[in-house]
Structure formats: C-alpha cells, structure tokens
Write a protein that binds this ligand. Structure first.
Ligand SMILES: Cc1cc2nc3c(=O)[nH]c(=O)nc-3n(C[C@H](O)[C@H](O)[C@H](O)COP(=O)(O)OP(=O)(O)OC[C@H]3O[C@@H](n4cnc5c(N)ncnc54)[C@H](O)[C@@H]3O)c2cc1C
Length: 421
C-alpha cells in the first residue's frame, strides 16, 4: 500500500521526466497488468497512520489490514524549512512587523502557489504544469545537495535559468570537494545562472498567494516565481512514533533487514544501515542501497536467509554535459592527515578532475568529474576492500582498468560475482 495515487515508479527517473527526457509511462517499473496477473492487491492513496503490533495490523483510516509479515519501505520525506512570508506589495517588504506576516513550514508550504518540493511523481507533474501555465523562465532552488542538483540538471535541460541558494560554501558539498564543485559551479554561472552560497531564504514575498520574490539572509532580494525546496530528506517515520519498533535517525534493522520486532522488516531510505567506510550504521538515502536492501528483506520474508553486507554513499549528476560521480569519503577534514593518502589530477580547462582517497592501502573515496567511465571499477574496489598498494602509481590513469588491478582481484572478477555497481 502507498499514500500516493499511483503505483510503483523510479524516483531517480522523475527528474528525467521533469527534464522532458522521458515520457510519463517510462517512470513506472511495471505496467498495471503486472499487478493484476500476479494478484497484487494494490491499495493506492492508503496512508498508514499506525502499526498495531498486538493485532499485527496496519491502520489505514478506519480500517485495519492484517499481516503475517510486514515490510516497511516508507522512504524519506523532504525537510521543509520555516520561512517568513511577506504578503502584498513588495515595496513594503522591508517592514516585517506589519500584520499578516506569517511563515511557511511543513504543513502549509503548498498553500503558496509556486512553492514546490521535488520528491514524488505528483510533485513533478504539478511542477511541469506550473512551468507551462505560468511561462516560467527562471527557477530558484533552495539547497544544492543531491535533490537540488537533480533539479538543477532537469531545469537547465529544459532551458530555464536558475538561482541556487545554498547554505554551505559550495554546491554538492556533502559529496564533492571544492575543486569538483568549482568546475560545475563555473559552468552553471557561465550559462547565466546564479549561485548564492553561504546563504539561505529568509523570507518569501507573495501577491495573492503567489510567490513573487525572495529575501536572502544577506539582505539581497531575488525575483522568484517558482521556488523548489530541496534542503534534504529525512526518514518517513511519523506512523511509527508510538510503536515499539526501535528507531534511531531511521529504523534500526539487523543484517537480515529485520526490525527489532519479529516478522517486521524495513528497507530503503527509511532505515539506518551499515556504512562500510565509516563502519557504523547510518541513514544513506540512495537508490542502489534501497534496491539491494529491499531484495534482501523480501528474500528473508519469503523464508530464505540473505544478509546485507553494507554499502556506502554515492551520487552521480550530469550538469550541462559535465558528468560527475562521487563515492564514499571524499571530504577529509585534513588532507595532510597521515592516516590517508590523497591522489588528485586536475585539468580545469578541460573540466576534468579525479581524486582518490586511500586508507590503509584501500580506496575509501572517489570523485570523478568530466570522465566517469571507470566509476564501476573504483566502486568495486571500495566495496570489496581490495588492497591496491601495488597499483597506486596508476590509480589516477584515465584508462585505469582491469589490467592494472591486483591479480587476485582480477581472478575474482572472472570467476566470482563481479563488480556490483
Ligand atoms: C528527484 C529524485 C531524484 C533522485 N535521484 C537519485 C539518483 O540519481 N541516484 C540515487 O541513488 N538516488 C536518487 N534518489 C533517491 C532515491 O530515489 C531513493 O533512495 C529511493 O527512491 C528510496 O526508495 P524507498 O523505496 O526507500 O523510498 P521511496 O522511493 O521514497 O518510496 C516510499 C513510498 O512510501 C510511501 N509512504 C510513505 N509513508 C507512507 C505511509 N505512512 N503509508 C503509506 N505509504 C507511505 C511514499 O509515498 C512512497 O511512495 C532520488 C530521489 C529523488 C526524489
């Protein structure tokens, strides 16, 4: 069951639909006939409000739906900041004491026309309609992280100008370092868009419930007819607040993806799971891990025994024909720290950058900008914790590949399970 009005689709692909690269039908995993043929009881628009552990049922409206085994895969929801609203003529906007001033927040941001999140298919359908109906030429995006960058990618693709407002000193600060972000930022700026770093939106201006402008923290005013809030996501846990299921930032699960309650499993953006680089459980809200965890949970629920061995953060974006990918730990507090070795090659005139972070002869972080062809190989080396001491000299080669890999690992690739990307 899902609170949404449509059946299962790919969230990464909704950004492509926003970019008009694919059709609406292409975002769905399966056609409706799949659910009918396989006798899947689809309950759309069915938000679970609570789990009744005693009676082993989920509560949807006034109904209880009973289960033998339950998978919680409720994903994440956008974090909505509290932002002041100044209504009326924007000339009067500096007088923030006037009556009628209010705030937008998680419960009411949709009441202002032109304020959106980018999380569901419905968001994207509404965004596309709004852009067309209001002949939008420029979009403001609050947040330059994973979702913000997906929005940037899509809006630039359809020819809109953008203003990015980002709290940190650069976009994609969690996954890229200064050099990598710099390449992408320069390209965005060279196309006539703006990036306001170390900044945020203090207030929005509205006329007749429609957004007309922004006041930034540094006092600058920005015209704005469309604002996308993309400052991050958090696990969707509201319906679990009174349950005995143990929660941390996300749901606590064991290596079989079972929660602290028997027969109740959880997977995806809603769980905390093992980060093999940081060697601790944490919430890593990315697609490949959600898919792997879901498959493992499903197998265990069906009576098999499969264990999740952990994963690590990665992010891939392509902005204005500059592809980039980052994996693992890429931002060290101190690059001179003797516990780490950092290899870098930087060719700004060609928009090329690669950085490999190594700890105890194992790769723990990679940034590739401009040429991401060998990403899968680095990913395998991180995942399989391969000792690369013999190939360090070649690690930055543009064509770093199988031939440079340690012999034992080459054999593993041929006879083993291969690299999982
Ligand atoms: C625009 C966008 C682009 C992205 N691009 C990438 C990418 O390129 N690479 C990448 O790795 N990751 C990407 N992600 C993240 C990726 O989509 C998520 O990691 C993945 O979708 C998580 O899957 P999930 O099944 O855990 O949760 P979700 O896909 O979020 O699905 C959760 C579902 O549960 C429903 N639900 C929630 N609460 C309830 C309730 N109480 N009752 C009933 N139903 C409920 C939700 O409505 C939703 O349908 C992107 C995300 C977005 C939004």
């Amino acid at each position: 069951m899902t609170s949404e009005s449509c059946f299962s689709y790919s969230k990464p692909l909704i950004a492509y639909y926003l970019a008009e690269k694919i059709k609406l039908d292409d975002v769905y995993f399966k056609k409706q006939s799949f659910y009918i043929t396989n006798k899947v009881n689809l309950r759309l628009k069915s938000e679970v409000k609570q789990i009744d552990l005693e009676n082993r049922a989920v509560v949807v409206g006034d109904n209880k739906i009973y289960f033998n085994k339950l998978l919680i895969a409720s994903g994440g929801k956008p974090i909505i900041p509290k932002i002041g609203i100044v209504r009326g003529n924007s000339e009067k906007l500096d007088n923030l004491q006037e009556p009628g001033n209010a705030f937008i927040g998680p419960t009411n941001y949709k009441s202002i026309d032109g304020v959106f999140t980018l999380n569901t298919l419905e968001d994207v359908v509404e965004l596309r309609n709004y852009i067309k109906e209001n002949e939008i030429k420029k979009v403001s995006i609050l947040g330059g992280g994973l979702i913000g960058s997906k929005a940037v990618e899509a809006f630039l693709e359809i020819g809109l100008k953008i203003d990015i407002i980002e709290l940190s000193d650069r976009i994609l600060s969690a996954s890229l370092d200064r050099k990598a972000s710099g390449i992408i930022e320069n390209k965005i700026k060279s196309m006539g868009s703006n990036i306001f770093t170390e900044n945020t939106v203090d207030k929005i201006y509205t006329e007749e419930q429609k957004i007309t402008g922004l006041m930034l923290r540094d006092g600058r005013k920005v015209d704005c007819n469309l604002l996308v809030l993309a400052i991050g996501v958090k696990p969707n846990l509201d319906f679990l607040s009174n349950s005995k299921i143990k929660l941390n930032k996300g749901i606590v699960v064991d290596s079989y993806m079972q929660t602290t309650q028997n027969d109740i499993f959880a997977a995806g953006d809603v769980v905390d799971s093992l980060d093999i680089i940081l060697e601790k459980d944490r919430n890593i809200a990315i697609w490949p891990l959600a898919v792997r965890q879901g498959a493992i949970a499903g197998a265990n629920m069906a009576g098999k025994q499969r264990e999740y061995s952990g994963g690590f953060f990665m992010n891939s974006v392509e902005i204005l024909n500059i592809p980039s990918i980052s994996m693992g730990l890429t931002n060290l507090q101190d690059e001179a720290d003797k516990n780490f070795e950092v290899f870098k090659s930087f060719k700004p005139e060609e928009n090329l950058y690669r950085k490999i972070v190594i700890k105890e002869n194992k790769i723990i972080g990679v940034i590739l900008v401009g040429n991401i062809e060998r990403a899968g190989i680095y990913c395998g080396l991180i995942r399989n914790k391969i000792n690369i001491s013999n190939v360090k000299d070649n690690i930055l080669m543009e064509d770093f590949g199988i031939i440079q890999l340690p012999e034992e690992y080459r054999k593993h690739l041929v006879v083993g399970n291969g690299i999982e990307v």
